[in-house]
Design a protein around this ligand. Structure first.
Ligand SMILES: Nc1ncnc2c1ncn2[C@@H]1O[C@H](COP(=O)(O)OP(=O)(O)O)[C@@H](O)[C@H]1O
Ligand SMILES: [Mg+2]
Length: 423
């Protein structure tokens, strides 16, 4: 078993293990590796020995401690419990093929991003145009309903999903590359879900990832390393070059999480010239985990490589009610009233399946507890009115008279009415 990677006790250990594999077991191992995407069909390894196969897995970091489950489930497929016991005993004392700790540069970047995401993603800004209104993510975040599409395009029933469950139950850790698609219409909570994933990582709740990166597709200029470097303070650019960062990311790729939010928002030209195709297909960072969000039916040809294929369907009625009660924790009367209204009016409950609509309704009601909209159009009309009220407090030339907007000439602007409003 030749290796270019210098002496590593793991290599001779794996070599010893491979000698125990019979021909039938080898066939079974190869089938298993191909069906789970660990090794591409038709490659060199298809004809090779068990030693060659183990070496390919070693090079991909799939025998490393972070990927314990993968290697064990392979051995279990043969099945060879005796080899599993030997592997576990050996790997307890050694690191099989990959360093346990992230490379120096990745470690430094991860340390910074942990602090950065912990502060920047700790709050939701429900109204993007309102820069003084934030809500704590952990208090407000409400678990969403998801459905999963199988390879025939059939959707499962909706189920409630917590971030940790995505990594524990939904993703098959033995299937590589690990690429998760999360789709849903605007306002359904894709970005907020991404923020929650990164925030949990930053708070130490996803220790399987030594580093995690939020990459917002609307700002993406075509290069993953650039997108990471842009999030770092300028001083870091003196410490290492982009190529050095990329090399170390490749080395540590099995322990990395990339969250690509809003693929549908990407600049088409940036996409054409980007490395995203390779990342999503697993041609680069093969062992890493990637989550990609987008609106439905966008980039289907590329996202078909992802598994699982999840769709956010909104709030369950129970979670929506919890959200409202939480939101109006200091105005219980309004919260109760809204919950009752929604329960009695189907149209309102449909509006409030989407988190964005629910929070907008709450904000509007906080402003004026009297009038609830009956349709989405009315909801948005009330919002426009509210935004304009706010606009009229800061700009001259717009006048509000009850529910009427009036643009007035500069000469008359001194008469324009100012109404305080958050929206
Ligand atoms: N899980 C959630 N819990 C509470 N509020 C949410 C949640 N998801 C979304 N929201 C609210 O809805 C708004 C829009 O969600 P967002 O994640 O931006 O949707 P998308 O990215 O799908 O367009 C957020 O700003 C937030 O106020
Ligand atoms: Mg979004």
């Amino acid at each position: 078993m030749a290796s270019k990677q210098g002496f590593d006790p793991a290599i001779s250990f794996l070599e010893g293990l491979s000698r125990e594999i019979t021909d039938d077991e080898l066939k079974c191992l190869k089938r298993q590796c191909q069906s789970t995407g660990l090794v591409p069909p038709g490659g060199e390894t298809e004809k090779g020995s068990a030693g060659d196969l183990f070496m390919e897995l070693y090079r991909k970091g799939l025998t490393s401690p972070g990927n314990h489950d993968i290697f064990i489930s392979l051995l279990r497929a043969i099945p060879r419990e005796d080899l599993i016991t030997r592997y576990c005993r050996f790997s307890e004392g050694q690191s099989l093929g990959q360093t346990k700790h992230p490379s120096f540069i990745v470690g430094k970047v991860a340390d910074f991003l942990r602090t950065f995401y912990r502060s920047h993603l700790s709050e939701i800004q429900p109204l993007p145009w309102c820069h003084d209104f934030f809500l704590p993510l952990n208090d407000v975040y409400t678990n969403l309903q998801f459905s999963e599409k199988d390879r025939r395009g059939r959707s499962s029933d909706s189920f409630r999903l917590q971030v940790s469950q995505l990594f524990e139950n939904i993703m098959d850790s033995a299937r590589l590359p690990r690429r998760v698609r999360v789709e849903g219409p605007p306002g359904i909570g894709k970005s907020t879900f991404c923020h929650k994933v990164l925030y949990e990582w930053a708070c130490g709740k996803l220790p399987q990832f030594s580093a995690a990166f939020l990459i917002e597709m609307r700002d993406y200029s075509g290069d993953i390393a650039d997108a990471i470097i842009e999030q770092l303070p300028e001083e870091y650019q003196i410490m290492f070059s982009k190529d050095e960062l990329w090399d170390q990311l490749l080395r540590d790729s099995c322990d990395l999480l990339f969250v690509l939010d809003g693929l549908d928002e990407i600049d088409r030209e940036a996409f054409e010239n980007s490395d995203l195709d390779n990342l999503i297909q697993g041609k680069t960072m093969y062992g890493s985990t990637v989550i990609v969000t987008s609106r439905p039916h966008e980039f289907d040809a590329i996202l078909k490589f992802c598994h699982p294929n999840l769709k956010i369907t909104g709030y369950s009625s129970k979670d929506r009610n919890n959200f409202i009660v939480n939101y109006f924790v200091n105005r219980v009367d309004i919260g109760d009233k809204l919950v009752k209204e929604i329960q009695s009016k189907r149209v309102l409950s449909e509006i409030c399946q989407t988190p964005l609509n629910t929070i907008l309704l709450c904000v509007l009601l906080e402003e004026n507890a009297e009038k609830l909209p009956d349709t989405v159009t009315e909801l948005y009309a009330s919002l426009v009115l509210s935004i304009t009220k706010n606009y009229s407090t800061t700009r001259k030339g717009v006048e509000i008279d009850g529910d009427q907007l009036r643009v007035i000439s500069p000469a008359n602007s001194a008469n324009s009415e100012s109404m305080p409003g958050r929206v």
